[in-house]
Design a binder for this molecule. Structure first.
Ligand SMILES: NC(=O)c1ccc[n+]([C@@H]2O[C@H](COP(=O)([O-])OP(=O)(O)OC[C@H]3O[C@@H](n4cnc5c(N)ncnc54)[C@H](OP(=O)(O)O)[C@@H]3O)[C@@H](O)[C@H]2O)c1
Length: 249
């Protein structure tokens, strides 16, 4: 188990699901945590639970100025940033490709792809200067496979994996690592939006015959953000009960 004492880690999408579970786990291992998401009250509750040195900066990550303002505030509050978990994401809506709404497509891209890009650009110079830093983005099975009726999500999640791979190569010589975590079907608010029957069908297709928990993803996220993963960069790591190995989503 890695010790994060003294590390300042920023997590987007920290108000629920995978981001919340990861923030709580990292805080329990000594990290100074900065939490970003839109729901201020929910975020405050996570901050309370995390205890220690935890800062909450409510912001809509699809708004570049708001996101950068939140990161500035985090740095002012808790000091230089050692880790970034760019995890906030939206599923968008399901519709036939030819009927997929342009505004939804743009919103999904801004939230899932542009926001990690903006956040990475913001934190990388300091990490490079200090020759220390770990960035993790949240991909999806849709980073590695196609999916019908959800082009915004698939494009954004392919994009975020590309972002991680591109940045990893560039910053590796400077002591900074960039990776992508790929959750399978994980019981969070996002999955809860999918009808029960569809969730049951999904779970049945997982080799482990079950969905995953946010805590199971958080364990791997914490490892990838830790110094224990010092030689791991440019990787996509699935936490999915084996499904990516077996299917076309
Ligand atoms: N659950 C799964 O099965 C699954 C599978 C593959 C990938 N993922 C990915 O995992 C990540 C986390 O999702 P989750 O499953 O943990 O679902 P979740 O519980 O719905 O969490 C999504 C998080 O993102 C935040 N968020 C969404 N839009 C935002 C915005 N515009 N600005 C700021 N924060 C925003 C939400 O906070 P607010 O609502 O408070 O803003 C929330 O904290 C996402 O990137 C998702 O695509 C999930």
């Amino acid at each position: 188990m890695s010790d994060f004492t003294g590390h300042h880690i920023v997590v987007t999408g920290a108000s629920s699901g995978i981001g919340r579970a990861t923030a709580l786990l990292l805080a329990s291992r000594g990290a100074k945590m900065s939490l970003i998401a839109r729901r201020a009250e929910t975020l405050a509750a996570v901050r309370e639970l995390a205890g220690g040195e935890t800062f909450a900066a409510p912001a809509d990550v699809s708004d570049r100025a708001a996101l950068l303002g939140a990161i500035d505030a985090a740095e002012a509050a808790l000091g230089p940033i050692d880790g970034l978990f760019a995890n906030a994401g939206t599923g968008g809506t399901f519709a036939a490709f030819t009927e997929y709404d342009d505004a939804v497509f743009e919103d999904v891209l801004r939230t899932n792809l542009l926001s990690p890009f903006w956040a990475m650009k913001r934190v990388l110079p300091g990490m490079i200067e200090r020759r220390r830093g770990a960035i993790l983005v949240t991909g999806s099975l849709a980073s590695e496979r196609g999916m019908a009726r959800n082009p915004g999500y698939v494009a954004s999640k392919h994009g975020v994996l590309g972002l991680a791979r591109a940045a990893a190569l560039e910053v590796a010589p400077h002591g900074v690592r960039v990776n992508c975590i790929v959750p399978g079907f994980v019981e969070t608010e996002m999955l809860a939006n999918i009808p029960y029957e569809a969730r049951a069908t999904m779970a049945a297709r997982v080799p482990q015959r079950r969905t995953g928990s946010a805590e199971e993803v958080a364990e791997v996220a914490a490892f990838m953000l830790s110094d224990a993963a010092a030689h791991v960069t440019g990787q996509s790591w699935a936490v999915d009960g084996g499904i990516l190995n077996t299917l076309t989503v």
